[in-house]
Design a binder for this molecule. Sequence first.
Ligand code: PEP
Ligand code: MG
Length: 583
Amino acid sequence: MVFKGIPVSEGIAIGKAFVYAPFKPKIGERFISAEEVPAHTARFDMTLKKARAELAALQEKLAEDPDKAGIFEAHEDILTDIALVDEILELINDKHYAGESAIETVYEKYENMFAEMDDDLMKERCADFNDVKTRLLRLWIGAAGKNLSEMEEPSVIFAHDLFPSDTATLDRNKALAIVTETGGNTSHSAIIARSYGIPAILGVSGVMGAAADGIIAVADAVEGTVVLRPDAGEFTRYREKQDAYDRDRKETLKYLGVRPVTLDGLRIEVCLNLGSVSDEDLAAAEFTDGVGLFRSEFLFMSGKELPSENQQFQVYKKAVEAYGSRQVILRTLDIGGDKKFESMELPEEDNPFLGCRALRLCFEKTDVFKTQLRAALRASAFGNLALMFPMVGSMEDLYRAKAFLEECRVELRGEGCAFNEKMPVGIMIEIPAIALMPDLVAAEVDFASIGTNDLCQYLMAVDRLNPDVAMYYQNYHPAMFWLINHTAEAFTKAGKPLSICGEMGGDPAALIPFIAMGIKKFSMSASCVAPVKRLITRLTMEEAGHVLGRLRMMNTAPEIEGYLKSSMKRLLKEEAVCIQSER
Ligand code: PEP
Ligand code: MG
């Protein structure tokens, strides 16, 4: 059975399927006879024991991550709460509720009670009660547990959708590939898959109806094909393709430590998009010139409470220290859109990508914004930290954000706290309005970075997550190149650094014209570093200029994409044998 989707993180995987479908209980009120009561109370007791054992095992597994382990500790407290247990037993014994109905009734009473409270922290307890209830009901029914962190053997993961919190708990060594029914090239599951180097195909409509645990699945995330239960011929064909792909990937990986210099001597900066400060993520520091985009929101996603100023300070400090004299660009909170989390209640909006997102949300939640700015300023005393504001749509946005930063500087000076008075401040260029007036921006910032993921979404008027309109999300659209060229010209004229940190910044084919436009810094997922360096070492400015010139004569995205990809292939074919290692 063959399905098609959007390949968002390259690679080919063949293995057993793991279908991730979180359990959603449908219970309702059911009553039992008096004779059935003892069986239901005994079954409830057994269910409690099983739930406790599961929670204990999870805590043990996450012992090295106290934040996550703490979540399950809190769940254990709820589970063993005497008042709650008594209420459930009362409903079974006195009112003859079936065990599952009693569990649902009591837990929902508490969920509703917490949901109505004014205090945000109390409201968050609601999700905990829901979680424990779901666990109990699943065990009561005897349904299999589904949790990505519990995946036992290396598998191809199938899901309708994956939320950032799901992917955050993913064991990257066991995920052979990710296949989802929703999402697109720039959704956050795609970004995480790329940074972990896991092949991923998103927007595979209908695949969940056909996938089953344990069947053999092929995920070809080069062409975007998923094959379930391949026949012998298909199996052999994909195995051969996988071997060839892996051989080429091995060749590309030789470029990881290479100095990214074009054949005619232009040094290009190859930086990393960072989503955490785990040792695995910081390992790429060895091969990169800095962090061009530190997505600080990932720090807010792991816990149920907002990170304090000190917690943030420690994380930012760890990142700058890992990079020494190389620059780390910290992006202030970018939530809203597809990024939601438990530690902050966000308004329900019909069009969240056009709503109260990123900087706009920070202007609403000024205490959260200032806490982050203070933590960043304090970390700037320990290395080469720069600050970048996302989703700037007007000069007022920029003035306002800078005014908050100045307020924090004044506070810290008053408290005698050390920070870098000259910490560079820049913005992301991802709203077309701001990309159209780059000279005004360049005069006000120390640097800027183009976020092609959102720039494309807003320029093309296409929801970056909606697979039904994925064909309209054309990052090779001529308008993308001309808008970026317009921005680059103004920054070159002003002598201010401009980089690209959206997913196009890690696309070797797109880099050819960008380099010709004068852009010399690119920031990308770890898995793109080697392919990008490989391309750079094959390029001359003359060649890049020639490609850009040809692009000017092209009218459509497919034409541009085809031309850039064939140019890249041609350059790689002429590859030099000699690889010079820098470090
Ligand atoms: C972008 O929009 O290109 C970007 C880098 O930001 P994010 O993908 O986190 O929105
Ligand atoms: Mg963005």
